[in-house]
Design a protein around this ligand. Structure first.
Ligand SMILES: *[C@@H]1O[C@H](CO)[C@@H](O)[C@H](O)[C@H]1NC(C)=O
Ligand SMILES: *[C@@H]1O[C@H](CO)[C@@H](O)[C@H](O)[C@H]1NC(C)=O
Ligand SMILES: *[C@@H]1O[C@H](CO)[C@@H](O)[C@H](O)[C@H]1NC(C)=O
Ligand SMILES: *[C@@H]1O[C@H](CO)[C@@H](O)[C@H](O)[C@H]1NC(C)=O
Ligand SMILES: *[C@@H]1O[C@H](CO)[C@@H](O)[C@H](O)[C@H]1NC(C)=O
Ligand SMILES: *[C@@H]1O[C@H](CO)[C@@H](O)[C@H](O)[C@H]1NC(C)=O
Ligand SMILES: *[C@@H]1O[C@H](CO)[C@@H](O)[C@H](O)[C@H]1NC(C)=O
Length: 432
């Protein structure tokens, strides 16, 4: 049953490349959907998407890839082989076809879409593969956990995900055929267990998005879970999106929108923050403060001047709460042994009067049984950009990156709407 479906997917992907066919073709789904897992077993909390890779023994292997909205391209634990035939790939290994050093993509990635890191050495044309008349294409990759740089080989890859109507996952598949890179297993040693790749969801032309067909690639919706035990959800496709128990409320009705900004030298996403407001008092930030969104940094980082303003104000409005000795990397902590902490909202005031409200679950991190801290970090006096919003502040917030119109839709805490990122109904239904 799976194989014919898979071929259908390949045909659809082919049709998607024919621009004239796009307008005519209406697929029987509105999005593709993947589960998002939270991992707490590495040096910092990280989030992955589960994607299907090789098709072996009549089923797809499921692999977890770190969600990285800054990465210039996708890379994972695999090897390149130039002549792949059934049985040629060593067991417990993923194989992909190499891109040669003479192909366009090799030069393009190396000159325009590479990882920027001062510790990376320039790439050289190195290995050839047995029986293959070309050199492979080594590219530098930076480990988001350790920051170390290693080399990977550019490839022709193949990923499969489930389709959806925004309400359930379908048993039907969608195939994407990106240029990615294979890195040795050792490069993933510091990753969370079971995570063996990095999925680029950035604005780079080598991000996953590029390889989707037209209606899907316009929108990326991301909802990070707060616990490792229940998956959150990521969609490509313009919606609708539904979360239980409100099975008839489109999550888009909860969203406010703000412009997404481009920033030279980065494939990531930026917004403008006008000020930060805590209990009606405004903490000024410099005019049009560029704010980066990060799926790797665990906590929101503020340049020292902004950080000091926020901590001063927050201390004042929480002065009835017992303090505890600060636990690094935080600077303001409370003794939470007696009461569950409830603190005032922190509002990020955005252009056009929009505000992103950070409620207690996204502002206070329980560090131990007795200590809870304001989950904002001092980035130093030179921190650039001045604000980086980190993943703790995204958990149980629905984000919609509208890539066609460059806007970011955000819900603030879904818990205030009696739902959460872990409430997508992943029950498989038979797609139309
Ligand atoms: C690698 O080989 C290609 C094709 O021969 C060549 O265009 C490119 O300049 C070489 N790159 C390096 C870094 O040597
Ligand atoms: C995708 O569909 C296949 C069956 O068609 C199923 O085995 C797999 O678990 C599904 N994945 C998700 C995330 O629902
Ligand atoms: C890794 O995956 C295996 C198999 O799916 C599972 O049994 C195990 O609990 C996972 N480990 C972690 C740390 O998630
Ligand atoms: C701030 O942003 C607005 C809207 O993008 C722009 O009109 C204004 O000139 C900017 N101000 C500064 C000081 O850059
Ligand atoms: C928190 O307060 C309780 C009761 O006053 C005290 O026993 C405990 O040592 C305090 N813990 C910390 C980490 O300050
Ligand atoms: C972008 O804006 C146009 C005009 O308002 C609208 O028709 C289109 O649907 C929008 N695209 C997305 C992906 O929301
Ligand atoms: C999840 O979806 C399935 C299939 O549509 C449905 O039978 C089930 O009731 C849904 N679960 C909940 C909790 O609504």
């Amino acid at each position: 049953m799976y194989l014919p479906l898979k071929f259908l997917v390949i045909i659809l992907a082919f049709i998607a490349n024919q621009h004239e066919a796009i307008a005519a073709y209406m697929p029987p789904y509105t999005s593709i959907v993947v589960p998002v897992n939270k991992h707490t077993d590495a040096a910092k909390p990280l989030y992955s998407v589960q994607i299907m890779t090789a098709y072996v023994n009549m089923q797809f292997l499921h692999e977890n890839f770190l969600i990285d909205i800054d990465a210039p391209f996708i890379w994972h634990d695999c090897i390149v082989q130039w002549n792949i035939y059934p049985g040629s790939c060593p067991s417990n290994t993923l194989c992909a076809s190499p891109i040669s050093c003479e192909e366009y993509q090799c030069t393009d990635v190396r000159t325009s879409y590479f990882y920027k890191n001062p510790y990376c050495h320039p790439e050289t044309n190195s290995s050839t593969l047995p029986g293959w008349g070309f050199c492979t294409c080594p590219v530098n990759v930076v480990n988001p956990v350790t920051g170390s740089c290693t080399q990977a080989l550019l490839n022709y890859d193949e990923f499969t995900v489930n389709t959806s109507d925004g309400r359930n996952a379908f048993d039907g598949f969608y195939g994407a055929y990106p240029n990615a890179a294979c890195a040795p297993s050792s490069s993933f040693a510091s990753f969370p267990a079971n995570v063996s790749g990095v999925m680029a969801f950035s604005t780079s032309p080598y991000a996953f998005t590029t390889y989707l067909y037209e209606p899907l690639k316009k929108t990326l919706a991301l909802c990070l879970p707060s616990k490792p035990s229940a998956p959150g959800v990521l969609f490509f496709g313009t919606g609708p999106y539904y979360l239980l128990p409100q099975s008839n409320v489109d999550v888009r009705s909860y969203l406010s929108y703000t412009p997404l900004l481009k920033h030279q030298d980065s494939f990531g996403y930026f917004i403008s923050v006008n000020s930060i407001v805590i209990k009606k008092r405004t903490i000024n930030v410099p005019v049009n403060t560029t704010t980066r969104l990060s799926t790797i940094d665990p906590y929101t980082t503020l340049r020292t001047d902004i950080y000091n303003g926020v901590v001063r104000r927050f201390s004042m409005v929480t002065k009835r709460l017992p303090l505890a000795k600060p636990v690094a990397p935080f600077g303001l902590c409370y003794n939470s042994s007696t009461t569950g902490l409830r603190v005032p909202d922190i509002d990020f005031s955005l252009p056009n009067g929009k505000k992103w409200t950070v409620t207690t679950t996204n502002s206070i991190k329980q560090v131990t049984n007795e200590v809870a801290c304001l989950a904002f970090v001092d980035g130093g006096i030179m921190s650039e950009p001045a604000i980086v919003i980190g993943t703790f502040q995204f958990e149980d917030n629905f984000l919609e990156f509208n890539l066609e119109n460059s806007t970011l839709g955000f819900s603030s805490s879904l818990l205030r709407k009696q739902t959460s990122c872990a409430n997508f109904n992943f029950t498989l239904i038979h797609g139309p």
